[in-house]
Design a protein around this ligand. Structure first.
Ligand SMILES: [Zn+2]
Length: 142
C-alpha cells in the first residue's frame, strides 16, 4: 500500500463521525486564504495591519479546522444553515440592488418604519408615498 493510499485511509478513519468540510467551513478557509494574501501585501506598507490580518486568518483557519473535526454535528449543521441563510440573503440583496439600479423608470424608497422598498415612477416631482405595509408616509423626489 503506497503512502498516498495510507494517508487517504487514515484521513477517512479520522473523519468518521465528524462534521467535515461544509459550506461555512469552505467559506472560512477561502476567507482565511484571502486574508493571508492580504496580510502579505499589507505587511510591506503597514506592518501592524499585516500582523492583524495574519492573526485573523489564523483564527479563521483554526475555527474552520475545529469545525471540520468537530463531532458535535448538530451544532455544526445549525451554524452552517445559519451561514447559508445569511449568504442567501446577502446574494439576493445584492441582486435586488443591481436590478433596482438598472431600473431607470422608477425610483425606490425604503420605508423608515418597516424597511419595505416602495417603487415610484420617475419624473413625478415631489411625492408623498404611503407605505403599503405599515402606512407610514415617505416624502421624496422623483
Ligand atoms: Zn413601512
Amino acid at each position: 500500500m503506497g503512502w498516498m493510499q495510507r494517508l487517504k485511509n487514515g484521513f477517512a478513519r479520522l473523519m468518521y463521525g465528524r462534521n467535515g468540510p461544509d459550506q461555512l467551513g469552505l467559506a472560512m478557509i477561502w476567507t482565511s486564504l484571502a486574508l493571508d494574501v492580504l496580510s502579505i501585501a499589507a505587511r510591506r506598507f503597514v506592518p501592524l495591519a499585516g500582523a492583524v490580518l495574519y492573526w485573523a486568518a489564523m483564527v479563521l483557519w483554526l475555527t474552520a479546522f475545529f469545525r471540520m473535526f468537530s463531532k458535535n454535528l448538530y451544532r455544526r449543521r445549525e451554524e452552517n444553515s445559519r451561514w447559508m441563510q445569511f449568504w442567501w440573503k446577502l446574494r439576493s440583496g445584492a441582486q435586488g440592488a443591481k436590478a433596482r439600479h438598472a431600473d431607470k423608470e422608477h425610483k425606490y424608497f425604503t420605508c423608515r418604519n418597516c424597511k419595505t422598498i416602495c417603487r415610484v415612477p420617475m419624473g413625478k416631482g415631489k411625492v408623498e408615498i404611503t407605505c403599503p405595509k405599515c402606512g407610514a408616509k415617505i416624502y421624496g423626489k422623483t
